[in-house]
Design a protein around this ligand. Sequence first.
Ligand SMILES: *[C@@H]1O[C@H](CO)[C@@H](O)[C@H](O)[C@H]1NC(C)=O
Ligand SMILES: *[C@@H]1O[C@H](CO)[C@@H](O)[C@H](O)[C@H]1NC(C)=O
Ligand SMILES: *[C@@H]1O[C@H](CO)[C@@H](O)[C@H](O)[C@H]1NC(C)=O
Ligand SMILES: *[C@@H]1O[C@H](CO)[C@@H](O)[C@H](O)[C@H]1NC(C)=O
Ligand SMILES: *[C@@H]1O[C@H](CO)[C@@H](O)[C@H](O)[C@H]1NC(C)=O
Ligand SMILES: *[C@@H]1O[C@H](CO)[C@@H](O)[C@H](O)[C@H]1NC(C)=O
Ligand SMILES: *[C@@H]1O[C@H](CO)[C@@H](O)[C@H](O)[C@H]1NC(C)=O
Ligand SMILES: *[C@@H]1O[C@H](CO)[C@@H](O)[C@H](O)[C@H]1NC(C)=O
Ligand SMILES: *[C@@H]1O[C@H](CO)[C@@H](O)[C@H](O)[C@H]1NC(C)=O
Ligand SMILES: *[C@@H]1O[C@H](CO)[C@@H](O)[C@H](O)[C@H]1NC(C)=O
Ligand SMILES: *[C@@H]1O[C@H](CO)[C@@H](O)[C@H](O)[C@H]1NC(C)=O
Ligand SMILES: *[C@@H]1O[C@H](CO)[C@@H](O)[C@H](O)[C@H]1NC(C)=O
Length: 816
Amino acid sequence: MKWPAIFVLLGICSQAAAQAIQVSVFSTTSKSAILRWTRVSGASSYKVTAAPQNSPGNPVGYAMFGANTVMGSIHSLSPNIFYTFTVEALDNQRTLNSGTIDSSSAPEVMDPIQTVKPKDSKTLMASFSSTTGATSYIIRVQNTNGFFREDTVSSSPAEIVSLTPYTEYTLSVMSVNSGGQSQPSSTVTAKTVLPPPQLSASSPRNDSITVSWAPVAHAVQYSLSLYKFGWNTTNIRHNTSNTNLTISGLDAGSLYVIKGFAWDPEGRQGDHNLYINQTTRPPTPSIANVSMGINNGSAGISVSWEWVEGVYGSIWYHVMSDQNLTCNSTSSSCTLFPVGCGEVHTIRVSASNEAGPSLPSGPLVFITFPCTPESLAVVESTEGNCTLTWDTVNQVDSYTAFIKRGDGAEESCKTTSNSCTYNCTCGHTYLMSVLAFNQAGSSPEGQVINSTTLPCCPEGVSVSAVSTDTFEIMWTPSRGAEVYQTRAADSSEVILCNDTAPVCALSDLSCDSSYSVVVTPCNDISGCNRACKAHTQITAPCMPMNLMLTQKNSTCFSVSWTANNRQANYTVTASGDDGTHTCNTEGNSCDITELPCGSNFEVSVIAASPAGWGLPSYSEFLETGPCCPLNLTVDQETQAMSNVSWSTAKGAHTFITSLTSARGHARCHTMDSHCLMGCITCGTNYTVTMEAISQSGRLSNCSYEGFSSSACCPSGVRLYGMADSSLRVYWRGSGSSHSYITEVVGNRNNYTCTSSPGESSCDVPNIQCGDVYTVVVAPLTPEGSKVLFCTQRIYSVSCAGSNIGTVIYRGKRSVD
Ligand SMILES: *[C@@H]1O[C@H](CO)[C@@H](O)[C@H](O)[C@H]1NC(C)=O
Ligand SMILES: *[C@@H]1O[C@H](CO)[C@@H](O)[C@H](O)[C@H]1NC(C)=O
Ligand SMILES: *[C@@H]1O[C@H](CO)[C@@H](O)[C@H](O)[C@H]1NC(C)=O
Ligand SMILES: *[C@@H]1O[C@H](CO)[C@@H](O)[C@H](O)[C@H]1NC(C)=O
Ligand SMILES: *[C@@H]1O[C@H](CO)[C@@H](O)[C@H](O)[C@H]1NC(C)=O
Ligand SMILES: *[C@@H]1O[C@H](CO)[C@@H](O)[C@H](O)[C@H]1NC(C)=O
Ligand SMILES: *[C@@H]1O[C@H](CO)[C@@H](O)[C@H](O)[C@H]1NC(C)=O
Ligand SMILES: *[C@@H]1O[C@H](CO)[C@@H](O)[C@H](O)[C@H]1NC(C)=O
Ligand SMILES: *[C@@H]1O[C@H](CO)[C@@H](O)[C@H](O)[C@H]1NC(C)=O
Ligand SMILES: *[C@@H]1O[C@H](CO)[C@@H](O)[C@H](O)[C@H]1NC(C)=O
Ligand SMILES: *[C@@H]1O[C@H](CO)[C@@H](O)[C@H](O)[C@H]1NC(C)=O
Ligand SMILES: *[C@@H]1O[C@H](CO)[C@@H](O)[C@H](O)[C@H]1NC(C)=O
């Protein structure tokens, strides 16, 4: 095939040198050639000459063409000979220019094609015997419409491709050399086979493959064969006249190579060069474990399954829940998310490969963690007994309530119900939360509520009456209390005392009343504990009023009063200079006795009850009558006058003294402690009474018994001098019962003589004449003392005369 190229190059060189006509071979046959040339101006005709190359001087022929012709044929050639073709441009026999070209004539007609076999539905294989000198061959293909196509092939056998399946073709062959091609050989006919069915396969199940195809025209039957890739190349053939076929009993997850062909009515197998791959679906995975998991911080369900071993190709898994959650994985686990609390998921897993998904695994029901219990509430059903309740949550196995007390004590309560009873001690704050549990775990932390129990009742409440209308209430501070409300209620009043201190004074209480005192602890959060015990306390008795004093006798006063106490002991106190006098009673009066005379007392009454002392009544003043003088003495001054004197008497300011006898009555009223009283004559019995009168006019009667005036002074006293210088004194007495004393007092000597009762004379010896004697004769008192007021007489004894018998009376001398 290098010749033409070299030749062309030469041609170009010669043209360049000689301005030659350019000649080309349009076509050749085994007997002729058609040439083409370039036009030469001025040429009137062109002459084409052909001479064998190996003897140029012996042209085998020529042909003439007109001035306007640039293409023409030359005949009389022999097949398969190299010729030199010369084209001359002539103008009247004159060669203006010329050009040559070497070319072979076409080969001889070939033998018919020996065999034609269908290679596939579009290809026939043709075998023919080759021809020497042929550079190539042309196979002419004709169908029922005539000429169809010519294929240039280099040798036998030749493939004739791109034919229409199952079509009859008429084939002939031509040989080609540089000069051209031979005439076609005589024809043979051949028919292409049926085209392969266009298989499409799918794996409806993991053990079967369904293959289907469009019907192939003219096919009467189909054959399919398949084998498992990499395992067994043994084809299993299945025949059918349908256009589909399901092959079952296959291995799951395996690649099968499938081929098919059609049979034509002539009983020829169609084209089966097409094959397809089809994988069976993977086996159904089985769920190994389902548990709660976390994905990107949100809760999910982590599902794992058993890895499917020994399957062909890549495989991926698809997990789905009936709650519209899915996850995909190429490993053996994945997480469905997000999930919420209390969800019921029916989970299935399927494995997929390019054939599609496997049957999903049997469902597995998984319940997610429970939802947080809500609406927590606490009620204190009874004291110390609190019940925490909450709304029930679905899908829960149990609840645990956590109850934490303010002081750190903690308790938990596990239950399947929706409430928990716990000890709630007074005065504490409780923080409570509830978690719900199921197999998947616990609910998220939820609401924490706090509840503060009522404050504790104070202990050690002491109620004491600090005064008659005031209670002091003290207690020990109680837990949880911020403020104490103290209340004292009798039948009518309520008194409140609000304070944070554990002490309260309730004042202005009614006397003699029973108060129920309650200390109620309160705080802002939980309010007041109304259940605290009351402490009953009675107020002090009421103050007695309207004190009345009634004198019963000089030493005894009756004291009475009004009082409204239900029950009380009253003590009357009379306090005075000499001390206090009391009397007690449960009634409304009592007597104070043995009051001393002449005293002032301040009297008051005080009531006492078990609650204590009341207020003392207002005081009244009491004055006892003045005392009677203890000693009263009556001194007879003269026969008809007495000096009454008395000892001092307490409380007495003036005295009225009365002397009373059968013969008369004397009276004196004085501030002194004595007075002179006449009227009582000698020798009289009398009584003395006295009224001692206080400054305020209070009066005491005093009586003194057994007074009698002294005997009367004797009358008719006479002295007689006696012979023996004695003196005889005579008197005339007032009665025989009295003794008299006679006193004779002289300058040099004194004489006394006492007469026996009834006697009325007395002798005094040794009287000197010339002396003066004072003589008195006086009766003796029963006690033996001398009555002083009898008259003294002075006598002088004269010495005139031998005897002294003359006594001269000189008159009376004053007592003083
Ligand atoms: C190959 O397939 C044939 C037909 O199904 C069977 O008889 C043979 O045992 C297979 N061989 C192997 C190695 O699997
Ligand atoms: C299989 O072929 C039969 C007969 O041609 C037809 O009736 C049937 O519907 C086909 N089945 C499928 C799945 O194409
Ligand atoms: C079929 O599978 C084999 C193995 O993977 C591969 O080599 C071949 O190219 C496949 N053929 C087709 C038509 O996909
Ligand atoms: C799942 O999705 C379907 C379609 O979107 C919807 O009808 C169905 O209610 C969903 N189910 C759940 C549980 O969300
Ligand atoms: C999982 O795979 C299926 C099928 O391939 C697809 O439809 C789905 O969207 C995928 N889901 C996820 C979450 O990737
Ligand atoms: C607390 O209340 C519950 C239910 O009302 C009752 O069963 C329980 O006995 C009470 N406990 C106390 C200590 O009161
Ligand atoms: C609650 O208190 C009562 C009485 O104090 C006691 O008997 C009981 O054990 C307590 N219960 C708990 C759970 O602490
Ligand atoms: C208790 O609850 C009240 C109101 O709900 C809140 O103001 C207070 O802070 C809570 N106390 C504690 C200790 O949680
Ligand atoms: C005590 O406090 C309560 C509640 O704050 C109030 O209702 C009441 O009037 C108060 N009483 C007195 C005596 O202050
Ligand atoms: C005074 O009266 C009281 C009671 O009536 C009596 O006990 C007392 O003896 C009396 N005293 C005098 C001195 O009479
Ligand atoms: C009064 O005193 C008596 C004796 O001391 C006593 O027994 C009684 O209980 C008291 N009565 C009252 C009301 O205090
Ligand atoms: C009262 O008289 C008695 C005997 O007469 C005497 O002992 C006493 O001292 C007198 N008392 C007064 C206060 O004079």
